[in-house]
Design a protein around this ligand. Sequence first.
Ligand code: SF4
Ligand SMILES: [Zn+2]
Length: 470
Amino acid sequence: MFIDSHAHLNSADYKNDINEVVKRAQDAGVEYIINPGTDLETSREAIELAEKYDLIYAAVGFHPHDAAKASDKLLEEIEKLSHHPKVVAIGEIGLDYHYNYSPQEIQRKVFTKQIEIAQRRDLPIIVHMREAESDTISIVKEEVRKAPNWRSSIPKNRYPAPKGVFHSFAGDSSLAWKVINLGFYISVPGVVTFKPKVPQKSKIVEVVENVSIEHILLETDSPYLTPVPHRGKRNEPAYVKYVAEKVAEIQKLSVEDICRTSNLGIYKLFGIGKFPEPTISYKIKNSLYLNITLRCDADCWFCDRKGEALVKGHNLKIKKEPTSAEVIEAIGDPKKYDEVVFCGFGEPTIRLDVVKEVGKWIKQNGGKVRLNTDGHGNVINHRNIVPDLVGVVDSVSISLNSTDPTQYGEMMRIDGEKYFPAMIDFAKEAVNLIGDVTMTIVDLTGGDEKKARLFVENKIGAKFKNRPYF
Ligand code: SF4
Ligand SMILES: [Zn+2]
């Protein structure tokens, strides 16, 4: 199910066929549409549409183009409108130094005042930023700093509580990370489907490559920015599927993965939709992952195990550990998947019996099994467990994290001198007895990828993989 996080359906372009446009959106699987205002009148119209159609929600605010009109009195009206139950954000607001329809100084004042409305109302903001990156970021940064309680009730992971979205994002990856670290999503429009004029990647394609889908929302920005294959014609929310398909292609995920993850972002930010139930098995691309425990002997600083334990829109925060029978039930037919993977936010070898029982069952039923592990299973179980895994798993992925025991210990917040060599012994034994072993490091900026690759390939004889840090 798709969500179009940004469409101006009160635009005159739809005055003759809004019903058909909404119907086509529903037929295309669009579950919700967020319709932002651009001044007082369009904010009222956005609310009217939200009252008329269940799937439409509204945002209210003055666009930077209209900032010159935004007197204090009209901003008070905006604040009043924001109490409407279907108003989910203040937007769209921001700075536009490309057209400069309103003087820049007024744009900055009106932007700041509207962020303050959002803070008083504890609502998120929808930000428009065009050729005004440094001013936009510095205003947002300052407003975030001044209001530590803004959106603080939202459950946090290692990123700040989400406070808004930079819609129709047009910056590069480094700007995207700045925005994300301030507690904002970036939203991707149909521009991502455009063929670049020169034979190189467009900026937005590069951003989508480098930023996890966890931080990305989808939008059409209807009636503008119509995606391929309808480019040149009027845009409409039904076309958000083309955006999703392109993002899925770039991220090498399924459309379902993209929508599930970004819809959870919409839920966290705007409170629209629902929070997923905790799950024992979860599908990403065509692999099925098994979430058998939240316990771990390590405590990696980058792990969300003790936080929300969300991964690609799946909720892994199980209340109790499942029995083998429950895991098997949650798998269904293992032949349907490329592989079934013991994974989750926890160390599977803590429940070695379950791994063995379920792994055997999967193989008997024609499935392929992979174990994702921190490689501490021998320490955890006080013996060499690799022989137990023969005939149970087809392949093993081990988090190497670092080739330096001290750094390894620091990252995982454990005794590196003890666990690093134990992990290496486990890996070597797995190469000998199981064969198909991959060691991964998290792609942190400036990591020693080359060194890690040589170490894994030459010293251990395993495959090497750099997995992205999200
Ligand atoms: S080893 Fe894995 S599950 Fe355990 S804390 Fe680290 S990242 Fe989380
Ligand atoms: Zn807009």
